[in-house]
Design a protein around this ligand. Structure first.
Ligand SMILES: NC(=O)c1ccc[n+]([C@@H]2O[C@H](COP(=O)([O-])OP(=O)(O)OC[C@H]3O[C@@H](n4cnc5c(N)ncnc54)[C@H](O)[C@@H]3O)[C@@H](O)[C@H]2O)c1
Length: 254
């Protein structure tokens, strides 16, 4: 088994695609019963892939940006066994535009899903984790959670919010056995750009951020992100909490 995650339920959001699907497969191979959460029916395909590999999983279909649905998904997962892991990974992109060119509805949608969804799932999961004796929360932030020129205003603000929530949660609940960390991917080969209309990408903004918009090593694979996420979920990372970890091919170093 890659990591120690047996005898627990682990929720992974955005697990119908990309980084989340790779993390779900790795978590299941590490012994977890994986709650494959996604707004898309592609979650069922991930469950099938896990079961074909001999693992245990079930799908949770819903919008993490809806607080009632987030609560219901977490409660459903916790009813299947001790909830000791949550990877808040689902997210959407913006148009790379700065504040002046960002439509209000885009700002609200990106903040609701990326920041709000992470908060709604976290607040629902913590009581179950406390009842289970502890747990680990891993948030997929972004290079845009630690730099100003990796995306647009809305996405950057939403991922900085995820970083702040990570640190607060790590400190507030640490003595009660809950760890919380964030990973910050650079460019990863996934379907994330399908969450926006390519004709709406702000080319002037792209040109402005271009000089600092690159990693040293190039694009990463979803598996390269999944390995760090699942390590942080697992017992092997028992002393790691409150960490904001770039997994960006050296981008943050530049
Ligand atoms: N791909 C990159 O270059 C990159 C870089 C930095 C950070 N990230 C972050 O990685 C995370 C995963 O993205 P990915 O690259 O694997 O993209 P992806 O589009 O391949 O996967 C994202 C998944 O999230 C799901 N999702 C979207 N909105 C949802 C909602 N409201 N409720 C539930 N599920 C929802 C989608 O259906 C999709 O299956 C995101 O948080 C993203 O911001 C990605």
């Amino acid at each position: 088994m890659p990591y120690t995650l047996s005898e627990r339920v682990v929720i992974i959001t955005g697990a119908g695609s990309g980084i989340g699907r790779a993390a779900a497969l790795t978590a299941a191979a590490s012994g977890a019963t994986v709650a494959v959460a996604d707004i898309s029916d592609s979650a069922h395909e991930t469950v099938k892939l896990i079961e074909e590999a001999g693992g245990s999983a079930f799908a949770l279909i819903g919008d993490i940006g809806n607080p009632e649905r987030a609560q219901a998904m977490v409660d459903e997962a916790a009813a299947k066994g001790p909830l000791k892991g949550l990877a808040n990974n689902a997210g959407i992109m913006d148009q790379f535009s700065g504040a002046a060119e960002t439509p209000v509805d885009l700002w609200e949608r990106v903040m609701r899903i990326n920041a709000g969804g992470t908060f709604y799932m976290t607040r629902a999961a913590i009581p179950h984790m406390l009842a289970a004796g502890g747990g680990s929360i891993v948030n997929t932030a972004s290079e845009a959670g630690i730099r100003g020129a990796a995306a647009g205003a809305a996405y950057t603000a939403s991922k900085h919010a995820v970083v702040g929530l990570t640190r607060n949660t790590a400190y507030r609940y640490g003595r009660e056995g809950i760890r919380c960390n964030a990973v910050c991917p650079g460019g990863v080969e996934t379907n994330i750009m399908s969450s926006i209309d390519p004709t709406k990408i702000d080319q002037a903004a792209m040109a402005a951020i271009g000089p600092v918009h690159q990693s040293a090593l190039g694009m990463a694979s979803p598996q390269q992100q999944a390995d760090l996420i699942v390590f942080l979920l697992a017992d092997e990372a028992s002393n790691v909490s409150g960490a904001i970890i770039p997994n960006d091919g050296g981008w943050f170093a530049g």
